[in-house]
Ligand binder design. Sequence first.
Ligand SMILES: [Zn+2]
Ligand SMILES: [Zn+2]
Length: 219
Amino acid sequence: MYMFKTICCICGRRSFEDLCRCCTVFEAYAGLKCKHCGAILGGKECQLCSVLPLKFGDIKWYTTYLSALELIRAIKFKSKFQLCKYVGEALFNMIEYNYDLAILSPINQQSFLKREVNHLFFCAEKIKSRLKIRVISPLKKTKYKGKVKIELANDFKQVERVVFLDDVLTTGETLRQSLKILREKAKKVDAIFFAISNPNILSHLVFRARLNSAWNRSI
Ligand SMILES: [Zn+2]
Ligand SMILES: [Zn+2]
């Protein structure tokens, strides 16, 4: 007879783990994403990356926001931080290089004050312990009149290669503004997301050009 140890944090069914099998989030389009930009093209490298490559580094993502919705909501709005390990596992598995530093995407000051914790710290736990790299959150994000503003709140020493971690990529505005700051701080920045709202955005020329110009304003 099987003994269920706990209940699923999402559906409440009896389960062996904090997430039952039905609520487990699997990788979307596994093997079909461009290894540089994450666009779904059924190949290792997309054509866009040879014409208009991302200058700062690579973008990787694990699943679609729709598939990850319940999991992300449970963490963010119900404080089920024990679920961060599932996000962390996915983020960790996408890491391919020896990074000098992991930088967490800034969360809104307003949500930070409400929850008093940046859940991304928990999500990055495995990356920190297994890769033995520093995980920091030096950026501050505020919203003013509906516009996002990101600043460097805690300065840090320049490094070679940074991995930027976030749970969701929506419009890319947080990444874009972060790149404007990080270009002074690192030679290369790869961005790794747990979920993406719309994978088509990655092959969008305007989106790519905006990110590139944030990295290097001289173009
Ligand atoms: Zn469940
Ligand atoms: Zn590509």
